[in-house]
Unconditional design. Structure first.
Length: 133
């Protein structure tokens, strides 16, 4: 019990980031419960060895092999299953402005009060900032 207390309150801190839509988000760092709405980000999270932190992915996330069986499917990139997302209690949802729809993004923020980080594909030259999250 003391170890869990130490980890949560000492090793885990809050950090503020600005996503590529200009939204400021403050999240527990490092985030422990991540949902990826975009296949390319799911693959990136896998490449970064974050398997244990990713709790949900979209139905279009087919890589890496095995994640579709071990992660919760939160719907598609345009039709989210808000009940599933809420039940997963994510610290962070990663999405993409071009692939995810604006109404869904707004609904997630209002209904779930979850911190979301959105990026734009045209800013891939700024990938180092994205990886800092």
């Amino acid at each position: 019990m003391l170890c869990a207390f130490f980890y949560y309150f000492v090793l885990m801190s809050l950090r503020t980031f600005t996503d590529q839509l200009g939204n400021q988000i403050t999240i527990p760092f490092p985030p422990q419960r991540i949902i990826s709405l975009v296949p390319s980000q799911t693959e990136l999270l896998a490449d970064l060895n974050l398997d244990s932190r990713v709790v949900g992915i979209s139905k279009f996330c087919i890589h890496p092999a095995g994640w579709r069986e071990s992660k919760s499917i939160i719907g598609g990139t345009k039709q989210f299953r808000f009940d599933v997302i809420q039940s997963l209690q994510p610290d962070l949802i990663i999405g993409n402005k071009e692939e995810n729809y604006q109404e869904g993004i707004t609904s997630e923020k209002e209904l779930l009060q979850v911190k979301e980080y959105y990026y734009k594909k045209k800013y891939l030259d700024r990938i180092h900032k994205q990886l800092a999250v």
